[in-house]
Write a protein that binds this ligand. Sequence first.
Ligand SMILES: Cc1ncc(C[n+]2csc(CCOP(=O)(O)OP(=O)(O)O)c2C)c(N)n1
Ligand SMILES: [Mg+2]
Length: 328
Amino acid sequence: MTDTNAPDTATLLEIYRKATLIKIADDRFIELIKAGQIASPYYSPRGQELVPSAISVNLRADDYVITTYRGIHDQLAKGIPLKPFVAEFMGRATGTCKGKGGPMHITHMASGLPVTTGVVGSGLPIANGLAWASLLKKTGQVTVVNFGDGASNIGAFHEALNLASVWNLPVVFVCQNNGYAEHTKYEYGTGARDIVDRAIGYGMHGIQCNGNDVVEMWSAAREAIERARNGQGPTLLEAKTFRFRGHLLGDDGHYISKDIMQAAVAADPMPLLRAWLCEQGHASEEQLQAIEDTNREQFEEAVQFGLNSPPPDVSELTKDVFAEGAGV
Ligand SMILES: Cc1ncc(C[n+]2csc(CCOP(=O)(O)OP(=O)(O)O)c2C)c(N)n1
Ligand SMILES: [Mg+2]
């Protein structure tokens, strides 16, 4: 009998494909920024790859994912096309937002990525709006909104959870708890022992999982997404994880103790997943290598596409500012 609480081999390999694509993109963006080929602040998701990879295999193409400045993992996992994605990151005219959004505001409606925002916590009320529209239109879409542990201390988090509960909205609130908000450790800024405990106060279903464990993350996401899809309302899903490269590129991590860092390195989800897939007989070394090679090739094609694309023309400056028909 198939164990419905565990992902099958094809699903696991799809999660691995997404996770390695994120890791490759992360390494390459850092290289390009350091080489002066991209001018941008950069918030690395290294260490958090499995969270959106295991979530998105449970989503429909038309489901929505909202994310933040630390969002390339969420965007790639949802399936944003690589060339316009990289071009947008570089601020080029061929990007998903014609180069006018840049890395902080990458959106792509066709991939179900309507909002990326740098304003901490602001994605949550927007998720409610999208979910409310899906309910009214009876589309069956689910909205997943990603945010950090720090964001759970912002007013918008609490207002959004309350309203989502009252209106029984099809939203999954995914807190990617990486233990830090900028350079502030969780315990210094967060009163709740666990973020998932905050679900109780809003009468909401809550799940906590190890976001770096592929099976735990996949089944937690599946449960939350199915509940939302079946009319059982929202879930607060706390995925415990870690970010290896600090808050933003250039952060030397001096505020993270050696012990914490050592434990995090030992629990790095990427080498662990690779070894586990082989041990469990889901794939051979060669198969996994082939997945990585294909990802690397495709990402590099996208990088070259971006580098060879022009910046937006100055005539674009006043376009796309107001909705058509707004009469301005
Ligand atoms: C409303 C608002 N307040 C403050 C900031 C500055 N800021 C940027 S990131 C950040 C920390 C957020 O931490 P967390 O929610 O844990 O997300 P992580 O960066 O760890 O993914 C802060 C305070 C902001 N962008 N928006
Ligand atoms: Mg955080």
